[in-house]
Ligand binder design. Structure first.
Ligand code: HEC
Length: 131
């Protein structure tokens, strides 16, 4: 009996320590969409490789208040990145911020970015509807 309980506790610890998936969150909240799946004329977002230049505390500040690592306040500038930081990403837990950060620094590759960008022509093939 004790052995069974011990086994369950071990399983549970395994599930808990896995934590949130940074990859799933990055796709879910739209980092990939705005930064790599949208034509630059529509949303001019830099490649997510830019996160390589951020420390975790800097990235946390970016997510919570929309201020870049060099101190530019994107919300004050009415930049969409500042707005989504304040209105969406500020709801991330610290654990979720760390998961997104780790994914973008270790799992996000130039090949992956290029692959997402190849989708743009098929996603934006139609002429905008004339009213
Ligand atoms: C609604 C579109 C949109 C979404 C969603 C979005 N971004 Fe951005 N992001 C932008 C745009 C546009 C810029 C450039 C803004 C500027 O320079 O004022 C930007 C800039 C940035 C920068 C560069 C800041 C700097 O140092 O200049 C980083 C890093 C960044 N975004 C990370 C992320 C991450 C991580 C996510 C997901 C959690 C995300 N973005 C989601 C549009 C978006």
């Amino acid at each position: 009996m004790l052995k069974v309980i011990g086994g369950l506790a071990f399983l549970y610890a395994g599930v808990v320590s896995a934590g949130p998936s940074g990859e799933r969150l990055a796709y879910l909240v739209g980092c990939i969409n705005c930064h790599h799946q949208t034509p630059k004329e529509i949303i001019n977002a830099p490649p997510l490789a830019i996160v390589q230049a951020y420390s975790l505390p800097e990235f946390k500040k970016l997510m919570k208040v929309g201020v870049t690592r060099v101190g530019r306040d994107m919300l004050a500038q009415s930049s969409i990145m500042g707005i989504v930081a304040k209105e969406q990403f500020s709801h991330f837990t610290d654990e979720e911020v760390a998961a997104v950060y780790n994914y973008l620094r270790t799992g996000w590759t130039a090949e992956r970015a290029a692959k997402e960008e190849t989708k743009i022509p098929s996603l934006y093939k139609a002429e905008p509807e004339k009213k």
